[in-house]
Design a protein around this ligand. Structure first.
Ligand SMILES: NC(=O)c1ccc[n+]([C@@H]2O[C@H](COP(=O)([O-])OP(=O)(O)OC[C@H]3O[C@@H](n4cnc5c(N)ncnc54)[C@H](OP(=O)(O)O)[C@@H]3O)[C@@H](O)[C@H]2O)c1
Length: 358
């Protein structure tokens, strides 16, 4: 045996990990197949490769938290909607936050915390485009994936700029106990409107009315939404903020006030359809109400994200806005099952996956 070869016959003490990063490899989740209907684990491939090293003008991020978004289901389809679909074999697109672990970029230093579209993986390289620095001393790091990021901004611009909510109006929001919906209702209250939330289950409805200040809630899984809207929106609906589409959209259209604005933010009830989206059967309800139905994409407000995030942060700081995040463990391996929770309604507030580093 050569002098420097290990003696495999000898009793060796248990190996302990050498000091340094706990994750030696970069584990990744790639899109392997385009789902038909509800997404499944086999639509993804689990790969690993060496931790990337930045070139000039780049930095590397050790990702700590990944955002789970209903839109990911659309990104798994071929073609483009408001953004290109993810290519087969590519790392699944995702917003994420993490800590800069190596840098050859003048704007980002080791130790900075950053938020960007880093993908479902443990480490990412970036040239800084579309990346913002975040301060974990000001808010929990996961809040930078929710209320202080895309979902909070969606609620903010959708309600204030698109719906132009006014004091005294009635705002009804579906998906009300989720990341966007819970913020919509709370901003409505801040602006002096009445907030009615539609959500699945008694616990979510209780959270809306007893903990975060909604005036009323409707449990669409156990109540007749049309009848409940007549009762809980007695003055009809001035703003319907739609996150779910389908039958709930129809029920809301049937209850519009004159001059109502229907904001089409999303249609999660339709994202896993194998048949075409179900359109509103009673769109004609817009006519007597002189109502408008308006679609919007939060990305169009990118140049105003800073001012909106600052206002949202102020409302959180003064206790008027509750930001709830549900952070699940399991690392990138748990990504498919965690994403599915959005479609079964197992999340309250913003759904986030913790992937390793803090
Ligand atoms: N337009 C934009 O720029 C923009 C940006 C961000 C998000 N969005 C959209 O905003 C919506 C909310 O997103 P989010 O991130 O805040 O997700 P989320 O509301 O936190 O999570 C999704 C929720 O949808 C509800 N849901 C699932 N399947 C449903 C169904 N068949 N019928 C009714 N409700 C159902 C579930 O709550 P229940 O337990 O209440 O069923 C689930 O918790 C999505 O439609 C998303 O695509 C749009």
């Amino acid at each position: 045996m050569a002098a420097d070869a290990p003696d495999t016959t000898a009793e060796e003490p248990p190996q302990t990990a050498a000091p340094g990063p706990a994750i030696a490899l970069n584990h990744q989740v790639r899109l392997a197949a385009r789902p038909s209907g509800m997404l499944k684990r086999s639509d993804f491939e689990f790969t690993h490769e060496p931790i990337p090293v930045p070139s000039d003008g780049e930095f590397a991020v050790e990702i700590s938290h990944i955002s789970l978004d209903p839109a990911m289901r659309g990104w798994m389809n071929a073609g483009a909607t408001y953004i290109e679909g993810v290519e087969l074999g590519d790392v699944m697109r995702a917003g994420a936050v993490g800590r800069v672990s190596a840098s050859k970029h003048p704007g980002f230093s080791v130790g900075d915390h950053a938020c960007g579209i880093f993908g479902v993986q443990e480490h990412a390289l970036s040239d800084g485009r579309g990346v913002i620095k975040v301060d974990p001393a000001l808010a929990p790091i996961e809040t930078y994936l929710g209320t202080l990021a895309m979902t909070g901004l969606t609620a903010y611009f959708g309600l204030l700029d698109v719906a132009k909510v006014r004091e005294g109006e009635t705002v009804v929001v579906s998906g009300a106990a989720g990341a966007v919906g819970s913020v919509v209702g709370q901003i409505a209250k801040i602006k002096g409107a009445r907030a009615v939330g539609i959500a699945g289950g008694a616990d979510k409805c209780r959270w809306l009315t007893e903990e975060i200040g909604f005036d009323a809630a409707i449990d669409y899984k156990n109540e007749d939404v049309r009848a409940a809207l007549r009762e809980r929106a007695p003055d009809r609906v001035d703003v319907y903020f739609d996150n779910v589409g389908g039958e709930i959209l129809d029920a809301a259209l049937a209850r519009l006030a004159r001059g109502a604005r229907v904001v089409i933010c999303g249609a999660i009830s339709q994202y896993n359809n194998t048949t075409p989206y179900r359109g509103p059967a009673n769109y004609i309800a817009l006519l007597p109400a002189r109502a408008a139905m308006i679609g919007f994409v939060v990305f169009d407000y990118a140049d105003r994200y800073g001012e909106a995030a600052a206002e949202l942060a102020g409302w959180i700081a003064d206790g008027r806005l509750v930001s709830r995040e549900e952070v699940l463990e399991g690392g990138v391996d748990a990504f498919p099952e965690t994403l599915l929770r959005l479609f079964s309604g197992e999340n309250t507030g913003k759904l986030v996956l913790h992937v390793g580093a803090r």
